[in-house]
Design a protein around this ligand. Structure first.
Ligand code: NAD
Ligand code: WQD
Length: 336
């Protein structure tokens, strides 16, 4: 039986781009997703992009019997685990749902993996675990903290994985801390399609440029940054997807607990993002400065030396690519 990579949350934003990268690199892929924040049409679109589709199982990572059957029926060499809920404000309103889905779901998944003797996992962690960092750029050994249940769920899962590594050192574990993933696949066939009002900056910009929203509210221009607006490390989702392949290669060669930042190492302000979007697409993005958003930090960007050194990986798409690709995808969403 040919071995496959199981991708939980594989129809979602980052998962779908990682599936495309895996399929293009020759891997066989099984997607497990409950479609709570995505659409199964992604599977056919992956077929269009890659010339073959991943296998798709609609199901939940909290479903023990489904997982046990999946691992019995398929030979899985590694799991890339994206499935999770990710809206910070929703996590404050519904903490139990977040802990059940993210932490409970991961425990169920890990237990089924252990039973099936599948011991390689790459987990989607987040720069949110750095809280409000004392300085930038942020290295992996910075202290961790959190201010909301979403961030807490990421820290808890990181800790569970570390404990698992310590007690069962035959596990190979990647904890990848993503910075701000944006953009879409260059084919224009897959991207990020948030349900309702977007929480994140880039989808807000593209929806405003498309006329779906009146203006972008800039959350504060009184931060201690060059133009006063918040600075983040935006990374193209295709670069991020490739980071997973590099991590998989690394873990295949090294039995380790790998913890790395995946970012570009460059910060961009909110105003810079809007200006770059306007220049690279020719679209206007009306905006207005409003008060700070609660819980926001001034600046956050990655030190990427460890990922560069260990994985031989670096992001190579710039802000203009991110804006152009996000816009191409937004236009596709308007047509579909
Ligand atoms: P997404 O919502 O687009 O994808 C997550 C997918 O998981 C969705 O398709 C959803 O239907 C599925 N899912 C959720 N709960 C599930 C469950 N219990 N069982 C099966 N499937 C389930 O989000 P994304 O942006 O692709 O994020 C992927 C992962 O990366 C998440 O764990 C997220 O926390 C993490 N992350 C995202 C960002 C970001 O800004 N997008 C940054 C850092 C980390
Ligand atoms: C970026 C910048 C905002 C929207 C969040 C999560 C984090 C991670 C990524 C998963 C900030 C400003 C935004 C808007 C604005 N997700 N902004 N107007 O806050 O860095 O991180 O997503 O792990 O956990 O907290 O990303 O895209 O929301 O904001 O001015 O309408 O844009 O203030 O400076 P953030 P974001």
């Amino acid at each position: 039986m040919v071995s496959s990579i199981l991708v939980t949350g594989g129809t979602g934003f980052i998962g779908s781009h990682t599936c495309a990268a895996l399929l293009n690199a020759g891997y066989d892929v099984i997607v497990l997703d409950n479609l709570s924040n995505s659409d199964s049409s992604v599977i056919q679109r992956l077929g269009q992009i890659c010339g073959r589709e991943p296998s798709f199982i609609k199901g939940d990572i909290r479903d023990t019997s489904l997982l046990n059957t999946l691992f019995q029926e398929h030979s899985v060499s590694a799991v890339i685990h994206f499935a999770g809920l990710k809206a910070v404000s929703e996590s404050v309103d519904k903490p139990l749902m977040y802990y059940q889905n993210n932490v409970g779901g991961t425990l169920t998944l890990l237990t089924a993996m252990q039973l099936a003797n599948v011991k390689t996992i790459i987990f989607s962690s987040s720069a949110t675990v750095y809280g409000d960092p004392v300085s930038v750029p942020i290295t992996e050994n910075f202290p961790r903290s959190c201010t909301n249940p979403y961030g807490a769920s990421k820290m808890m899962i990181e800790d569970i994985l570390a404990d698992l590594y310590t007690t069962k050192s035959n596990w190979r574990i990647g904890r990848l801390r993503y910075f701000n993933p944006v953009g879409a696949h260059a084919s224009g066939l897959i991207g990020e399609n948030p349900i309702g009002i977007p929480n994140n900056l880039m989808p807000f910009i593209t929806q405003t440029a498309a006329g779906l929203r009146q203006e972008v509210s800039i959350f504060g221009n009184d931060y201690d940054t060059p133009d006063g607006t918040g600075i983040r490390d935006y990374i193209h989702v295709e670069d991020l997807a490739n980071g997973h392949l590099a991590a998989l290669d690394y873990l295949n060669q090294n039995r380790e607990l790998l913890t790395v930042n995946l970012g570009t190492g460059q910060g961009a302000s909110v105003l810079e993002m809007i200006n770059t979007f306007e220049h690279s697409t020719g679209c206007q993005v009306p905006y207005r400065v409003v008060g700070r958003r609660q819980g926001d930090i001034a600046e956050c960007w990655a030190d990427t030396k460890l990922a560069n050194h260990l994985l031989g990986w670096q992001a190579n798409r710039g802000l203009e690519d991110m804006c152009r690709d996000a816009w191409r995808w937004q236009l596709r969403c308007l047509r579909d």
